[in-house]
Design a protein. Sequence first.
Length: 531
Amino acid sequence: MLAGGNKNNLFLNPPQNGEDGWIASGIGIKSNKHTSSIFTEKDWSNNLDTLNNIDGHFVLVKWSNKKLFIETDPIGLRDIYISENENEILFSTRVDWLAKAHKLKINFNEFGSRWLLFNQISNDSVFFDVERIVAGKKASISLNGHDVKYYNYNWLPDEQTKEIEIDEFSEILKPLIFIGDKLSLGLSGGMDSRILLSFLLGEKINFGTFTFGSPDHPDSLMAETLVKDFNLQHKRYNAELPSIEDLITKIKEYSTQTVVNNGASAIFQSLNYSLMHNKHSVLIDGCFGEIYRREFFYRLYFKGKKHILNKNAKEIIPHIALPHADIFNNDINKLMSESIEAKLDFWFASLPSAEKIGIENWLDLFAIKTRMPNYFLHEQNIIDNAVTSVMPFAQLSLLKTLFNIPVSYRKNGKLLRKLLKKNYPILEKYPLVKGNSTHPYYFNSFQSRILSQLRKKTNKNIYQDNSRDILLNKLKPYILDISSLLDFKNSEIYDTQKVKKIIDGYYKGNSNYGYALDWWLSFELFRQNIG
C-alpha cells in the first residue's frame, strides 16, 4: 500500500506489531470555544471510531486482524474508489492512478446526470466494476479471502427542535475560521468571503489574503480595494499557461481527477493553486456559503414547487438541466437521459418529504447531498494535493444548524447580513460581486440576478473573461489533430459530425461554440486518460 501527496494533509500510524495501522488522507478538525486546530496523529487515533461526527474532509484506511477498513467523511468532501477482479483488489483516491492499473469504462447511466445537469446527482461511481466510497460510506476487506463488503450511510439533520439565534450560529462558525496559527483568506467580492473577513478583522489578528485570476476581474478589484483600506497582506495569483505538451498533461490530470467537473479552461484555477504549493498557511474560503443564503436550486424553487411536492422527477429535470455539449451519439444520449429520473426518485425515497420539512429545506438538503460530493469534493481533491485548505461553511457541525434557521432568515442572506453588521459594519459600504459584475450591497438576491441578466444582454459594466479563448486558441493545432485521428472517428460514443461542427464553427469565428468545445476537450482528455 502506498500513500503520498501533500505531507501536511497526510497522517499515518504505521503498524507497531506488523499487523495494525491506519492512514488518513485529508484533515480532521478539532474545535473549542474560540479556535480550532487540524487533527494530529494522536487526534486521529482517538477518533477512529467516531468519524461520522467530526468536521473536516478525509479518507481513512485502517487495518487490523487481517481486515482492512475504508471510511470517508460524512458530508462528502473526499472519496476513494475500489476495483475488484479475480486476482486483486485495488483502491485509490485518484482516478488517474486507478486507470494506470486497468482500463476504466464509463457507465453512462451514472455519468448522465454529471453531463446533463448542474452536477451528478448520484453518489455512485461513473465507471463499470468500480465502487465509490463517499459521504460516510464504508468498506471492509478481508485480506485472506478477498471478500469486500459495503455499508451505506445517509447523514440527515435532526428534526427541528428549536430556532437557532444569530449568536449561537456565530459561536459555531467562529472556531472553524480561526484554524491554526497562520491563516490566509481567499478574498473575493462576494458575501461569503466578506463574512469570514468580518470575523478576522473583528479579532485584529495577523492573517493574509489572496485572490486568483486577472487583476481586472471584479473580484480582484474589490479585493484590492479591501486590502488597501484595511492594510492587509495580500497576494494575487494569475498563472501563465505552460507549453502545449505540459498543458495537455495538466488538463488530462485535472479532468480525470475531477471526473470532468468543469470545462478544460478550469485548468487556470488549478494552476493557481499549484503556485501556492508547500505554503504553510491554512487557507480558508467562503465556498458553500450559498447554502445559508438559499441560493442553490433557485430556478427549481420558483418553477417546480408542485413537482417537488408530487415527487414528479420527470417534470423537475428541465429546471435543473445544464447540458454541457451535444457530442454523443443517440444511444449514449438516450442512456444518459433515461437514467436521471431514477436518480431523482432515489432522493425522494431517501430524504424526508418536502411536505414534512418544507420545500426550501428539502432543496437545501438535496444540495448538500448532491453538490457537496459531486462538485465541491472534486475541487477539494485537487486543492489538497497543493495546500491545506478548509471551507468553514461546509463543515458538519455548522450544517447541523442549517435546518434550525428559519427559511425567512436565510433568504436574501438576511442571516449573514446581520452577522456582518454585528461583526464589522463598515464592510457594508463596499459593493458585492456576483459572477462577472458588481452590484450595491443592499441589493437582495432577486435584484442582483436581474441586474446581472440586464448587463449580460447589454454587455455593459460586466467583465469579459477571455481565458477560454486563450486556451482553445493555444491548443488549436492539438484539437484539430486529435479530431482527425481514427480513434476519434471510430468512436463508439461520439457523434463525430456534431463534434466536427463544434470545432469547425469555433475556429471559423463563431464564439458561441466555445462553451461546447471547452467541455468536449475536457471530456476527450479524460476519455484518453482512463483508457
